[in-house]
Design a protein around this ligand. Structure first.
Ligand SMILES: [Zn+2]
Length: 432
């Protein structure tokens, strides 16, 4: 049973069915076997065998105007470009999009230039984002859903922020008489929510050469170097393996021991290792308390005094409040992400499309502030008495100050707002 259990734990981590994993210790062998079969079935259903969604080929030719063009185009004679620049003289391949020279160009919607692969994840729901990846690890928490995956040699973290209903379903799951049914209700709803933001993981796994150099060391020695054991396995006629975690990644090592030697061991520390290889993401990679570079930094909430909180509830008059408001340009947005704490209290003009309603009362929404309506997400919360009401897809212009952070996303508190059915017809909203 041990081997199945070890496999099961690995699969649990892979699928991160948290609620099930917590109860494992109380289950009988028969229950475990049944779970094992269910999980195996689910893995098969989970698109591990499904076809990949069609991707843009790396050798697709794209066009741009080399002297100051901000967009890249699929059509060399794109209608959106002034005819004196046509046909566009700049040319490069889709696979070169991340090169220094083209990195800041945006896809043209007029001629339907293909989006960057990771940007495309911003327009799909969590479930589709997970299905599109071959190697993926998922975490479900009350505060977020996160999936880490490999895409074109990059490691990417995809995050969905749950709304009120998801949280309710999650809490129901914790106390349900029938956890299977409750999990299904939670799962199918939560995974249909849109992706809130995508970030690239900059922490890198160990190089194979580095792993090769560990041959001959014992498990105990590797533990001293910071590796953690998360599983082991073996069987008659099978190699003995030890699974170790280091940072965001898991590694499977083959041990220099027969099954009999392994079976009779009290602890794994003395096992000598032969060779190791990268085997997947560790649970830390999908834990948002770890930043993309692997450093541990639990969500930072600003330390606000009672006086400051009081003052914050009484926004200054419109003229005064908006006088020094900063626009959220691309530069302004990346400055804000990089200096969140230093920007607490700063007033911004937030313009964009409501991407997701997190809670109706008090109203909390994700607004995409990028020109393309898909990028630069921020969370905007509205004081309870504000009377603001926005729906998914509506355009709004808000004067708001930075008040906290929701993982990497800045949270701004709205004080004054314009709402409009479309960008060209701004009307006064409901004021403060
Ligand atoms: Zn175009």
């Amino acid at each position: 049973m041990k081997k199945i259990f070890v496999f099961l734990v690995a699969v649990m981590i892979l699928l991160s069915s948290v609620s099930l994993a917590e109860d494992l210790s109380s289950l009988s062998d028969d229950d475990l076997m049944e779970l094992y079969l269910r999980v195996t079935e689910e893995m098969a259903d989970r698109g591990m065998t499904a076809e990949e969604t069609p991707e843009t080929s790396g050798d697709t030719v794209l066009y741009y105007h080399p002297d100051g063009g901000q967009y890249y185009h699929a059509d060399q004679n794109c209608l959106s470009v002034h005819e004196k620049y046509l046909p566009l003289s700049g040319k490069f391949l889709y696979s070169e999009l991340e090169n220094e020279a083209y990195r800041d160009l945006r896809p043209c919607n007029v001629c339907g230039a293909p989006a960057r692969r990771e940007d495309r994840l911003l327009t799909v729901n969590f479930s589709d984002a997970v299905d599109a990846a071959a190697l993926v690890s998922v975490r479900e928490e009350t505060d977020y859903l996160a999936a880490v995956m490999e895409k074109d040699g990059k490691y990417i973290r995809v995050v969905t922020l749950p709304d009120d209903r998801t949280r309710q379903l999650y809490m129901d799951l914790m106390t349900a008489d029938d956890p299977g049914e409750a999990y299904e209700a939670y799962h199918s709803y939560a995974w249909s929510l849109p992706v809130s933001y995508v970030e690239e993981i900059t922490a890198q796994p160990k190089e194979q050469a580095e792993l090769d150099a560990l041959a001959g060391k014992t498990v105990g020695e590797l533990e001293k170097e910071g590796y953690e054991i998360y599983g082991s396995g073996g069987g008659t006629g099978l190699p003995t393996t030890v699974d170790l975690t280091y940072g965001f990644f898991d590694y499977e090592f083959e041990a220099d021991a027969s099954f009999e030697e392994y079976r009779d061991l009290d602890d794994l520390g003395s096992l000598k290792l032969k060779n190791g290889k990268l085997s997947g993401f560790s649970p830390y990679a999908s834990d948002l308390d770890y930043l993309a570079d692997g450093t541990y930094e639990p969500e930072v909430v600003p330390n606000i005094t009672a006086e400051e909180a009081e003052a914050a509830d009484h926004a200054p008059p419109f003229e005064e409040y908006t006088r020094d408001a900063w626009p959220l340009t691309a530069e302004g947005y990346s400055d804000l992400l990089g200096n969140m704490e230093a920007r607490y209290g700063q007033v911004y003009v937030v313009e964009g499309v409501v991407h997701q309603v997190l809670s109706p009362n008090p109203l909390r929404v994700v607004i995409n502030t990028g020109e393309d309506g898909k990028s630069q997400p921020v969370v905007v919360r509205c004081p309870e008495q504000s009377g603001f009401s926005w729906e998914t897809g509506s355009f709004c212009r808000v004067y708001a100050d930075v008040s906290s952070a929701c993982y990497i996303l800045p949270v701004l508190t709205a004080r004054y707002t314009f709402t409009a059915p479309d960008e060209n017809n701004n009307e006064w909203g409901t004021g403060e």
